[in-house]
Design a protein around this ligand. Structure first.
Ligand code: AMP
Ligand code: TRP
Length: 333
């Protein structure tokens, strides 16, 4: 039997992934390539939904791709590609846009948050249709499973609704995907504000741990992470959100269950615990940073790897679109 298929995407909107991206998404991508037919894309079309400088976009697209390979995606097993290289994404997005209600799109909370930030009238129509392009990314590859963080749940629901609507109106065409969200790491929070998710749009860099950051600053940020009143290392989301976040991080990085960590730091205070968390982060990120730097030192080779990914992805996308065009009623050329 064919392997189930997995697809996910990440935006090239920062000079590094952060710990939330890594634990919430990318690490699962690496695991899933063992059992699934895997497609992962750097979603540059999504990146331009907010004002983006061309040179920064070029640089960040390569940095994103390099980090994916450096984190363990194997180009032999996973198809890693840049979204804009496969023209079918925008074509399918248009068709799905025509199946989406205005009210349905207006309910998307990520749009509401982002448009509030840029100002209602400054937000582009592209930002409004962002989740529909994401639905196209997923449906185009007939993905069974989509590994993401908790913030993407609503977009996955929209994707299923649109896939179902198309199937109902035009005949069975799309696989309806399931989100793949690991509860323990679905929302890594900001080190300075444990009520907010770790995010590149956060106001202060002190709360974000970047994968490509040097050990020195990484250690400093963990040691300065806001901790809660008291001095005991306990998992208590309600009263100790900061320590609970660090416990989740430490547990995910070392594979040690949280209760075992709590027992280990019993009576030791926050200092020793934070030092160990910092070491776990440095240990996880250092090899990824070094491999990323190496991959970025040969852009031609990196671009070649992405061209191979684009060819493989295009093959699948082309087959889906042939079916879609016919079902919608477009004449064949
Ligand atoms: P983005 O950088 O917005 O393209 O996000 C890439 C992936 O990382 C998505 O699957 C997000 O859900 C996931 N992600 C982003 N921030 C976090 C976080 N703080 N905790 C867990 N997952 C996250
Ligand atoms: N919207 C996702 C995010 O902000 C990125 C994304 C674009 C994506 N297309 C996708 C995720 C397809 C999963 C599948 O993180």
């Amino acid at each position: 039997m064919a392997r189930p298929r997995v697809l996910s995407g990440i935006q090239p909107t920062a000079d590094s992934f952060h710990l939330g991206n890594y634990l919430g998404a990318v690490r699962q991508w690496v695991t899933l390539q063992e059992t699934h037919d895997a497609y992962y894309c750097v979603v540059d079309l999504h990146a331009i939904t907010v004002p983006t400088e061309p040179d920064a976009l070029r640089r960040r697209s390569r940095v994103a791709a390099a980090q994916l390979f450096a984190a363990g995606l194997d180009p032999e097993r996973s198809t890693v590609f840049v979204q804009s290289h496969v023209r079918e994404h925008t074509e399918l997005a248009w068709i799905l846009i025509c199946l989406t209600g205005m009210g349905e799109a207006a309910r998307m909370t990520q749009f509401k948050d982002k448009s509030a930030k840029y100002g209602e009238s400054a937000a582009s129509v592209g930002l409004f249709t962002y989740p529909i392009l994401q639905a196209a990314d997923i449906l185009l590859y007939q993905a069974d499973s989509v590994p993401v963080g908790a913030d993407q749940k609503q977009h996955l629901e929209l994707t299923r609704d649109l896939g179902q609507r198309f199937n109902h109106r035009f005949g069975e065409t799309f696989t309806l995907p399931e989100p793949y969200i690991l509860k323990e790491v679905e929302k890594i929070t900001d080190l300075q504000d444990p009520s907010a998710k770790m995010s590149k749009s956060s106001s202060s860099p002190a709360g974000i741990l970047d994968v490509l950051e040097q050990p020195g600053p990484l250690r400093k940020k963990v040691m300065r992470a806001v901790t809660d009143t008291g001095s005991e290392v306990l998992f208590d989301e309600e009263n100790k959100p900061g320590i609970s976040n660090l416990l989740r991080i430490q547990s995910a990085l070392t594979g040690t269950p949280i209760p075992e960590l709590v027992a280990r730091y019993d009576g030791q205070g926050y200092g020793t615990f934070k030092k160990d968390v910092a070491e776990a982060v440095v240990e996880a990120f250092t090899p990824i940073r070094e491999r990323t730097e190496k991959l970025l030192s040969d852009e031609a080779e990196l671009d070649r790897m992405l061209a191979i990914g684009a060819r493989r992805a295009s093959e699948v996308a082309r087959r889906t679109m042939e079916m879609v065009r016919d079902r919608v009623g477009f004449l064949s050329a």
